[in-house]
Each structure stands twice: as structure tokens, then as C-alpha cells.
Design a protein around this ligand. Structure first.
Ligand code: HEM
Ligand code: HEM
Length: 201
């Protein structure tokens, strides 16, 4: 008799070691980074309409949170390399699994690209030397020396370019998060096949 089971399904069925949930560390890193990024978007966007004497402390906190995200995202990538995540259910259409996978890769790119572009933008700021950076007002944090010591005219141009890159990466983040959160909620409420429970302790 010809088997009705697809090679893909049998492969997953036979792989008894395949994880069905994310590790606790992956969950902790996911939710801490998610909360910090959402706070940082709120702080970054609010800078334009806050009273003048609020802007400096708000932006300093934004920078500190951003550098923290950079460190946590690097840790998360190292963890991810060593720990295989659970495969998406094979009952999901192939395009949906592909889209989720692509969105995850791009989210990793943004977790690094957003803080890095912010740090480059800030390092090219003409007043960087007279306003040293301290993480959460406590730990001194360097600017990128190579950028800081460029010719002032070039630095001003780079300040604008990196600033624009930072804003555009922000737009990319909003679009990806809409897909990412929308996808998770679709599986939860419409497909009734939760992936959320794989990411909550
Ligand atoms: C999680 C990482 C980060 C996220 C999600 C983020 C996001 C944002 C967003 C959404 C804005 C507002 C852009 C707009 O007006 O449309 C912004 C502005 C800004 N960000 Fe970030 N950022 C991050 C990290 C950083 C870092 C690490 C630095 C510097 C070390 C930085 C420096 C700035 C500065 C100077 C502004 C301009 C504020 C203003 O004057 O309007 N950001 N950021
Ligand atoms: C800034 C916010 C967020 C970022 C950067 C982010 C990023 C990511 C990334 C990169 C993954 C893939 C992990 C991997 O396989 O290595 C992931 C998985 C996941 N995220 Fe998020 N996420 C964010 C917010 C959220 C929110 C608000 C929700 C809730 C609706 C959510 C729900 C999930 C779920 C359920 C998974 C697991 C999907 C699966 O089982 O394959 N995420 N997230």
C-alpha cells in the first residue's frame, strides 16, 4: 500500500528530539527585548512634543535602553545559534511559515540595526564631546571614536544620514511588528492553533 504520510510529516514525526516550545531563556529574552523596544519607540517619538526640559532626560534614557537592547540582542543571537527553536506546525501553509521565518530574520536585523544606527547618529552629533553618555546616569558609555573624530562638515552630513536611517528602520519595525503580532493573534483567534503558548512560560 502507498503511504499517505508526506516525507516532511514523517521526518517531523520521527524527530523525537524536536522541541515544542522555546527555552525559558529564549522566552525571557524575547519578552524583555520586546518591552524595551516598545518603550524606546514611545520615548523616541515623544521627544518631538515634550516640554524642552524633558527632552534631554528622555533622550538619554532612550539611548541607555537602546544600548541595553543591543547587548541583549547579541546575547539572544548567540543563544539562538546554540538552541534550535520549535519548528512551526506543518499544518500552516508553506507561505505562512516562510513569511514568519523571513519576519523573524528581519526582526533580528532591526534589533541590531536600530540601536547601531542610533549610536552612529549620536556619535556624529556635533555636541557629543561636551555631552558624554552615561548608561542610566551611572555607567560611562563611549561614542564611536572613528565617527566622533571626523571632519565637522562630514560629521554633520553623517549625523543627518544616520538619523534618517534610524527613522526609516523605525518605519520598518512598525510594519514588521504589525505582521508579527497580527500573525500571532491570527493563529490564536482565527486558526485556533496557538503559537503564543510556545513563547509564554
Ligand atoms: C531599541 C533600540 C532603538 C529604537 C527602537 C529606537 C527608536 C527610535 C525612534 C522610533 C525614534 C523617533 C524617530 C522619529 O522621529 O520618527 C528615535 C529617535 C532617536 N533615537 Fe533611537 N531607537 C533605538 C536606539 C537608539 C540608540 C542606541 C541611540 C543612541 C545611542 C538612539 C538615539 C536616538 C536619537 C538621538 C533620536 C532623535 C530624537 C529627536 O531628537 O527627535 N536611539 N529612536
Ligand atoms: C519589539 C517587539 C518584538 C520583537 C523584536 C519580536 C521578535 C521575535 C523574533 C525574532 C521571534 C523568532 C524567535 C526565533 O525563532 O528565534 C519571535 C517569536 C515570537 N514572537 Fe515576537 N517579537 C516582538 C514582540 C512580540 C509580541 C508583542 C508578541 C505577541 C503577540 C510576540 C509573539 C511572538 C511569538 C508567539 C513568537 C513565537 C512564534 C513561533 O512559535 O514560531 N512577539 N519574536
Amino acid at each position: 500500500m502507498i503511504s499517505q504520510t508526506s516525507p516532511e510529516l514523517s521526518a517531523q514525526h520521527l524527530d523525537a528530539d524536536a522541541p515544542s516550545r522555546y527555552t525559558r531563556t529564549a522566552m525571557a529574552l524575547h519578552w524583555i527585548i520586546a518591552v524595551l523596544i516598545l518603550c524606546n519607540v514611545a520615548l523616541g517619538l515623544s521627544a518631538d512634543w515634550l516640554p524642552d526640559d524633558w527632552v534631554r532626560p528622555v533622550i538619554d534614557t532612550h539611548k541607555s535602553i537602546g544600548i541595553t537592547v543591543l547587548g541583549l540582542a547579541l546575547l539572544r543571537i548567540l543563544w539562538r545559534i546554540r538552541h534550535r527553536p520549535p519548528a512551526l506546525p506543518l499544518s500552516f501553509p508553506r507561505w505562512e511559515r516562510g513569511a514568519a521565518h523571513a519576519a523573524h530574520i528581519l526582526l533580528y536585523v532591526l534589533m541590531i540595526g536600530l540601536p547601531l544606527s542610533g549610536w552612529l547618529h549620536d556619535s556624529a552629533w556635533k555636541d557629543a564631546a561636551t555631552h558624554p553618555m552615561h548608561l542610566f546616569n551611572l555607567v560611562p558609555w563611549p561614542r564611536i571614536g572613528y565617527i566622533m573624530h571626523l571632519d565637522p562638515v562630514l560629521k554633520e552630513t553623517l549625523h543627518d544620514r544616520f538619523g534618517a536611517l534610524h527613522v526609516w528602520l523605525g518605519y520598518g519595525l512598525y510594519a514588521l511588528l504589525a505582521l508579527h503580532i497580527g500573525g500571532a493573534l491570527k493563529h490564536q483567534w482565527i486558526d485556533r492553533h496557538s503559537v503564543l503558548k510556545r513563547m509564554v512560560p
